[in-house]
Ligand binder design. Structure first.
Ligand SMILES: Cc1cc2nc3c(=O)[nH]c(=O)nc-3n(C[C@H](O)[C@H](O)[C@H](O)COP(=O)(O)OP(=O)(O)OC[C@H]3O[C@@H](n4cnc5c(N)ncnc54)[C@H](O)[C@@H]3O)c2cc1C
Length: 351
């Protein structure tokens, strides 16, 4: 079998890269092992334009939103699903200090941040003592719809193999790559945390980060907004709500922990005034890195071997934009944004 590109991984990065290469009329084959707890299969899909205790704009958010909102809508219409929904985030101030900090930011810059007048709006559903601010627009990407729907399209066209990719069976030559009976011009790794162990990319400064999430059932929590108090709560489908997450740098496995379950149950008992039932508890590892910038581009030594990775906590906003950049780089040698291009790690990658 001969294709232009071999793509390893069909999380949100591999989905966007294969979609983007298809639009550019390139042939490809995706290999994905369908790991049930890969980051893209666990994530909520929230895109929050602000971050941190100072509630500042996230990196490149204006450019990212301008690209990703129409892109997800287009993908959704091709898949026959709603791929992205605009929602605002109700940020319950956890302390009086945080309320002051939020209000200061509102007065400095009204972009994305509002202080709604009616502070009693959610008294029926939530316990909160220090009021709330509103962040808008935020978005929720329908990962639970997109990933399987795109996968089924690829399976129908025999463009996806469901199996484990084994690096030691890859042969790299000047002309391209060979994997089993597949010949391709280039191979691009969108394999999330697996790249942190890969002989080609293990020297990139990955800083893997574990996160857990709980799914609850409750008919009484509004699905109109994302809610935040320490953790995020967002509705995913009829009466089901996603809550998460924690950020662990130090961990020994990718399994759900009793500690997170107890801590989240306690938080929900204190926060929610309405009945809820815990349905599911999952954990995964984010392909995060020290710089919090993506890894995009081709290896400085193995020119046929590329990567789209390092999405950290923001795969839903970064993957569409940088999949497009990588595609334009492949098609018309357009420069990849230097802060994302793995050229910045040439020295470490040549070791
Ligand atoms: C609890 C939690 C909550 C999160 N919430 C959000 C959120 O709300 N918004 C947001 O933007 N981001 C969120 N994230 C981060 C987001 O999940 C990641 O940034 C994103 O999913 C990374 O996507 P990816 O495609 O690069 O990697 P992955 O999702 O890890 O995909 C890699 C794919 O490669 C496959 N694979 C790996 N190795 C092999 C192999 N050897 N052979 C074959 N296949 C292989 C895997 O099965 C997988 O399908 C969250 C993460 C976690 C853990």
């Amino acid at each position: 079998m001969q294709v232009d590109y071999l793509i390893i991984g069909q999380g949100i990065s591999g989905t966007w890269l294969s979609y983007s290469l298809q639009k550019a009329n390139k042939s490809f084959l995706v290999i994905d092992n369908n790991k049930p707890n890969s980051a893209s299969r666990i994530a909520a899909g929230i895109i929050n334009p602000v971050t941190g205790r100072r509630i500042i704009k996230t990196w490149m958010i204006d450019e990212l939103l301008a690209y990703l909102v129409p892109a997800y809508k287009q993908l959704g219409s091709e898949l026959g699903i709603t791929a992205i929904e605009q929602k605002s985030l109700i940020d319950f101030h956890p302390t009086p200090q945080m309320k002051i900090a939020f209000n200061e930011r509102v007065s400095e810059s009204a972009e994305f941040l509002f202080q709604p007048k009616n502070q009693q709006l959610y008294y029926d559903t939530f316990n909160y003592d220090f009021g709330f601010g509103e962040v808008t627009p935020c978005y929720v990407v329908n990962l639970k719809g997109i990933i399987p729907a795109w996968r089924n399209k690829l399976l129908d066209k025999t463009q996806l193999l469901e199996e484990d990719f084994k690096t030691d069976e890859l042969k790299n030559t000047d002309k391209g790559v060979q994997y089993k009976n597949i010949t391709a011009e280039k191979i691009i790794f969108c394999d999330g945390i697996s790249s942190a162990q890969s002989p080609f990319f293990k020297n990139l400064p990955f800083a893997l980060n574990k996160g857990e999430t709980i799914l609850i059932e409750s008919a009484d929590i509004p699905s109109t907004h994302i809610f935040k108090k320490g953790m995020m709560l967002t509705s995913i489908e009829n009466g089901l709500h996603w809550i998460g997450s924690n950020y662990l740098w130090d961990f020994t496995d990718d399994k759900p922990s009793e500690q997170f379950r107890n801590q989240t149950e306690l938080l929900l008992n204190n926060w929610l005034k309405v009945p809820f039932k815990i349905i599911e508890h999952k954990a995964s590892i984010r392909p995060a890195n020290i710089e919090r910038r993506p890894f995009v581009g081709f290896h400085p030594v193995y020119k046929n071997i590329g990567i789209l990775n390092g999405m950290g906590t923001k795969g839903c906003s970064l993957a569409p934009f940088f999949a497009n950049q990588l595609t334009e780089h492949i098609i018309s040698a357009k420069e990849i944004l230097p802060e994302a291009d793995i050229k910045r790690f040439t020295k470490v990658l040549m070791r």
